[in-house]
Design a protein around this ligand. Structure first.
Ligand SMILES: [Zn+2]
Length: 292
């Protein structure tokens, strides 16, 4: 083989190698980014809330950020290794067990946008640090209220149900400020409640109980007896109830009467204490949940 033929062979080999590599990378990208069904995972972070939603188009959402760095260990388990972005972070209300871990999350991930209930000036170091981080990183921050709706390009819809407007500033009102909202994938819907108390649940039932009829309920306030009133559960009639709670917590959550009311509705109950991390996959009609 002369020099010219050897060079041509080498050139063709390099082109073939490059094409094969690019095809492999494209296939990897396709399989990891191709449309999937929405998945909602209740992360096992102890006493607090952190739920991770991955939509059909691969975009994602973190609903509350746990009381500490435990959220990072859980996110590493449920997010693809190459994904260092959380498209939407929802801070349901400014209590430590929901918001404190947001500091660690913002250090490790790029956050696309943040939704909150507008209650930002509760004078605790935790809240101040989180909102200082948001300002320093110049993350888009929007307070959302009942009636607001957000569409995900793959078809899922987010409907904000509560609060109706900014809740007046006071220590006792932070739970009342909790963002209550649904996320729907076709006919499969999850209702997120933060730590909304009974009075908010009752207001929602009075306003429009039909919108509350969902498949999966993230039980309010870790199963506290100050939430999950019977009229609310009668409207929601969940097939599945998710309780995010820490083992041997000092609040004695979940309350036995809440468990009993949930059982009466026929809901299958999953809790982080009994089931660890709980992953719920939408079929478009319902959710299939299992502990991991
Ligand atoms: Zn809480």
């Amino acid at each position: 083989m002369n020099y010219r033929a050897r060079s041509l062979t080498l050139f063709i080999s390099i082109v073939v190698l490059c094409c094969t590599t690019m095809y492999g990378l494209a296939m990897h990208w396709h399989t990891t980014r191709s449309p999937q069904r929405m998945t909602v995972t209740m992360l096992d972070i102890g006493q607090g809330d952190a739920l991770y939603v991955r939509f059909g188009d691969g975009s994602d959402m973190l609903i509350d950020a746990s009381p500490d760095r435990s959220v990072l260990t859980e996110l590493a388990e449920v997010m693809p290794w190459w994904d260092r972005t959380i498209d939407t972070l929802i801070l349901t209300h400014p209590d430590s067990d929901h918001i404190a871990g947001a500091h660690a999350v913002m250090q490790q991930y790029t956050i696309g946008r943040i939704f909150d209930c507008g209650l930002r000036d509760k004078h605790t170091e935790t809240v101040k640090r989180v909102y200082d981080d948001i300002r320093e990183q110049d993350i888009s921050l929007q307070s959302v209220y009942a009636g607001d709706q957000f569409d995900i390009p793959s078809g899922e819809q987010i409907h904000i149900l509560s609060p109706k407007a900014l809740v007046p500033q006071s220590e006792k009102d932070s739970n009342s400020c909790s963002l209550v909202f649904t996320i729907s994938d076709q006919n499969a819907t999850v209702l997120f409640t933060g730590d909304a108390p009974a009075e908010i649940e009752e207001q929602l039932v009075t306003r429009d109980s039909t919108i509350l009829d969902v498949d999966v309920l993230k039980v309010a306030h870790h199963g506290s007896n100050t939430s999950s009133v019977q009229s609310f559960l009668d409207a929601v009639t969940p097939s599945i109830a998710l309780i995010s709670v820490g083992e041997h917590n000092s609040y004695h959550h979940p309350h036995p009467s809440v468990i009993s009311r949930l059982k009466k509705t026929g809901a299958q109950i999953f809790s982080t204490v009994d089931d660890g991390r709980v992953r719920c996959v939408s079929t478009g009609e319902m959710f299939e949940c299992r502990g991991e």
